[in-house]
Design a protein around this ligand. Structure first.
Ligand code: NAD
Length: 476
């Protein structure tokens, strides 16, 4: 229901009335209303897939220049709607920070590569000319997380369309409004360029069942999943080609040769960005004993951290983790929430601007071993860099996703990089430098750590095709 008013005498049921009120409130807050009639949004997954298939055939006939124009228009749409999207995501999911989400949208608009990153290989010689051209997979099925709902839709959308694919999203059920608003903007962009429709599609109420249709549908040529361990497992078992961008638990190691004051600032900035939701964010600190006190001093005195001690740490664990049948899981009420909100829940009043909760613990501590996605940093002291590397390998948990280090010793940095062997390794900067925010290189919101593609872009969403011309077309 798109309307935010009632005609005189018009009858609506409770659910419709609730939606009208919600739309009015969102409009008053400057947020785009929900709509059943957003472009590219279907009621049924099979219909969505069929529409994306028709659209892909049309996309294949389109000149590359038109794809570029659509992508430029998508970038404009993201920039024009970045604040609405940021507020919408925080409102819908209850997670993250509006200001940081605006920055994430700027990043995705400016630094997600388009067709320019699709390079070809060529061999030319006596026997002719051989090219390796990169063509599309066809229709891609994409699963998106609640932590970066619209950023992932835009990032996947730009890369997949640049490569000549269309994409069917099954967004996280807890972030559907935001993800589908992003799908709508992609289609608006395509429509404004040339009456193209359904280059990206989604469904109004995604469920596990609609996901299952997507995973098994014969017209889906590639699956790309961005999310936690559950979805990674599903993708790897799907029987289709899949790219799985899974969870991480990125450690950051600080050795005695680091610029400690800068390390404290960088670590807190990285770990508190969007309240620690990014999968690449520093999730625990390992520090060589000799400089540990200095690091904690700067975290507290210059970087708005709050230090927990003794019994307070147990209270934190009992609040943010839930035990079920001997297994621990996250209390979702605290994922992506402000540090001051989490502290309040354990009876501590801290200033609202508190960026990060810190505490000292051992490597076995669950708050350190688990990926929390909360502005909480456990600090593990080690005697030297070698023990630090060993600890980091253990805590990274074999995800081979991201790991970071502060050091001015190149041998230590090299040893760490080799031992962790992660898709992203940031040295002497906040973790977000690894996705091109304050660091060189393109950005992505889908880091295919499990299946090895690493930071995905348009090239990742292409197939290689060798085209051979015998005894002609060479001019040497
Ligand atoms: P989540 O795993 O709860 O959900 C991700 C997506 O998978 C959602 O669309 C969800 O509906 C779907 N899903 C989950 N289990 C499923 C199942 N069994 N069958 C079908 N669909 C299923 O993740 P979240 O909380 O939204 O996002 C946070 C997680 O994603 C963290 O673990 C984070 O590290 C990870 N993440 C990874 C990357 C990356 O690029 N590697 C990027 C962002 C987030």
């Amino acid at each position: 229901m798109e309307q935010d008013y009632l005609e005189e005498g018009e009858e609506v049921n409770d659910a419709q009335l609730k939606e009208i009120v919600a739309n009015v409130v969102m409009k008053m807050n400057g947020i785009a209303p929900s709509s059943n009639h957003h472009l590219g949004i279907f009621e049924d997954m099979n219909e969505a897939i069929a529409a994306a298939k028709v659209a892909q055939k049309k996309l294949r006939q389109m000149p590359l220049e038109t794809r570029d124009q659509i992508i430029d228009k998508i970038r404009e749409k993201i920039m024009a709607n970045k604040e609405i999207l940021a507020r919408m995501a925080v409102e819908e999911t209850g997670m993250g920070k509006v200001g940081h989400k605006i920055l994430k949208h700027e990043l995705v608009a400016k630094k997600t590569p388009g067709t320019e990153c699709i390079k070809i290989d060529a061999w030319s010689g006596d026997q002719g000319l051989t090219l390796v051209e990169r063509g599309p997979y066809g229709v891609i099925g994409a699963i998106t997380p609640s932590t970066n709902p619209s950023e992932t839709v835009f990032c996947n959308g730009i890369g997949m369309i640049a490569a000549g694919n269309t994409v069917v999203f099954n967004p996280h059920p807890g972030a559907t409004k935001t993800a589908n608003f992003a799908v709508n903007l992609i289609n608006e962009a395509a429509k404004e360029v040339g009456e193209f429709e359904n280059l990206a599609v989604s469904i109004r109420k995604p469920t596990l069942e609609s996901g299952d249709i997507l995973f098994k549908h014969p017209d889906i040529d590639l699956l790309v999943a961005t999310g936690g361990p559950g979805i990674v497992k599903v993708i790897l078992q799907s029987g289709k080609k899949g790219m799985a961008a899974g969870a991480g638990n990125p450690p950051v190691l600080v050795d005695e040769t680091a610029n400690i004051r800068k390390a404290a600032e960088d670590i807190v900035n990285g770990a508190s960005f969007d309240n620690n939701l990014p999968c690449i964010a520093e999730k625990e600190v390992i520090v060589v004993d000799e400089v540990a006190d200095e690091l904690i001093y700067y975290m507290l005195s210059e970087n708005d951290c709050y230090m927990l001690r003794g019994e307070e740490i147990n209270r934190l664990a009992n609040t943010v983790l839930i035990e079920k049948n001997g297994k621990y899981m996250l209390n979702r009420d605290f994922v992506g929430r402000d540090a001051s909100v989490i502290l309040k829940a354990i009876g501590i009043d801290a200033p609202e601007q508190t960026k990060c909760i810190i505490f000292e613990g051992c490597k076995e501590n669950l708050l350190i071993k688990e990926e929390l996605m909360m502005p909480i940093l456990g600090i593990v002291r080690v005697k030297d860099v070698d023990e630090g590397i060993e600890t980091a390998v253990l805590l990274e948990g074999g995800n081979r996703h991201s790991a970071h280090m502060h050091s001015s010793n190149v041998n230590n940095l090299t040893k760490y990089g080799k031992a962790l062997d992660t898709a992203i390794f940031v040295k002497n900067a906040p973790s977000y430098a690894g996705i091109g925010f304050g660091g060189e290189g393109f950005t992505t919101f889908t880091i295919a750590s499990k299946t090895g593609e690493g930071l995905t872009n348009a090239l990742s969403f292409t197939r290689a095709r060798r085209c051979v011309m015998s005894n002609a077309l060479y001019i040497r």
